[in-house]
Design a protein around this ligand. Structure first.
Ligand code: ATP
Ligand code: MG
Ligand code: FE
Length: 335
């Protein structure tokens, strides 16, 4: 199978060509970060406009680099949700137009399913598995018993991990997106500041990060009022430690409870060096469980992951019709 994949859910215009579900023939990502930076976050109107400008070029480049023609394609996969509606629409319409013009089957893909399937570009998936999904808009533990089946066993009740990183970064006057900056700063500091860990009630795999975010803001504010200086690197290290402690502990517990064969890390925050290291440490002693961590370029938004998920869905018989629409609230369990 050869699948062209398109991803425009947020601020990356991306296209990729994937062979047999796990070979990357091309993977093109046009990032808009520079355009959104001065606003401190993604501006939906600007994102849509950029997608419109970039989409044709990015798809052509992906096809060229892969050295394939539309006649070679088995299917076209596209992110149908969740994400920004105006951004999603650009990818969905481009994919629909190409599928119609060339008579190629169309497969709608859930963006988070894509993040999880980034791991299939590294290795075969073994079930049951859990995936710790940590991204700009999501923080959840997803249980998979087979290909294409997703059960959310825990999720954030307020902010996503990436969102918390970006908000804390802003209070430390770091540029958008703040995650990588906090990550870098955290390694220059010590986690000496006492911050809360939101374990929530016994037995739950849910998360909460808004209390931690508020604690950071309050601690900085109080110190400023008292004329005390807090080392930003120490605050970054303390915040990062609090996030990682909870993410790692809950992931280990879920992996044990569901007796999984694999643990897959997924989403933009999976690029975090501290999180990667601590997960590796935590799972080193579980010989029967395999921890998979994608390279940084497959953690943040890309289309290769959508192609990997799209291929599996295609093989399971999923076909989308031309009535498919961008769905900003798409539910992963309904896939
Ligand atoms: P979603 O996937 O939930 O729709 P999204 O696509 O916007 O959201 P991603 O692109 O998957 O999110 O991830 C972006 C997030 O990852 C941002 O919040 C960013 O700060 C965070 N991030 C990227 N690198 C790192 C890092 N090294 N440490 C922590 N966070 C990081
Ligand atoms: Mg992004
Ligand atoms: Fe994403």
């Amino acid at each position: 199978t050869i699948v062209l994949a398109v991803e425009t859910s947020c601020d990356e215009t991306a296209a990729a060509v994937i062979q047999n579900g796990n070979e990357i023939l091309s993977n093109i990502v046009a990032s808009q970060i520079e355009s959104h930076k001065r606003f401190g976050g993604v501006v939906p109107e600007i994102a849509s406009r950029h997608h419109v400008e970039e989409i044709t070029i990015v798809i052509e480049e992906a096809m060229q680099q892969a050295n394939v023609s539309f006649d070679d394609l088995t299917a076209i996969a596209v992110t149908e949700g969740p994400g920004l509606v105006g951004a999603l629409l650009v990818g969905v319409n481009a994919a629909k137009a190409l599928a119609f013009a060339h008579g190629i089957p169309l497969v709608g893909v859930h963006h988070i399913a894509g993040h999880i399937y980034a791991n299939r570009l590294l290795t075969e998936m073994k079930f049951p598995l859990i995936s710790l999904v940590v991204s700009g808009g999501h923080t959840e533990i997803v249980l998979m018993r087979e290909h294409g089946s997703f059960e959310v066993i825990g999720e954030t009740r307020d902010d996503a991990a990436g969102e918390a990183y970006d908000k804390v970064a802003r209070t430390l006057n770091l540029p958008y997106p703040g995650g990588p900056h906090i990550d870098r700063l955290a390694h220059e500091g010590e986690p000496t500041i006492d911050l809360p860990r939101a374990w929530l009630e016994e037995g739950t795999y849910d998360f909460s990060f808004s209390g931690l975010k508020s604690a950071v803001i309050n601690t900085l504010h109080n110190a400023e009022q008292r004329g005390e200086a807090i080392e930003p690197a120490d605050m970054a290290a303390s915040f990062q430690q609090s996030v990682i402690d909870v993410l790692v502990a809950k992931t280990v517990k879920a992996a044990e409870e569901y007796q999984v064969k694999q643990v897959l890390l997924a989403g933009g925050v999976a690029a975090n060096k501290g999180l990667r290291r601590e997960l590796e440490k935590a799972f080193a002693s579980f010989e029967e469980m395999e921890l998979i961590i994608p390279p940084l370029s497959l953690c943040t938004d890309n289309a290769a992951m959508i192609g990997a998920a799209g291929t599996v869905l295609y093989q399971k018989g999923k076909r989308s019709n031309y009535a498919m629409n961008a769905n900003p609230g798409l539910d992963i369990e309904s896939m």
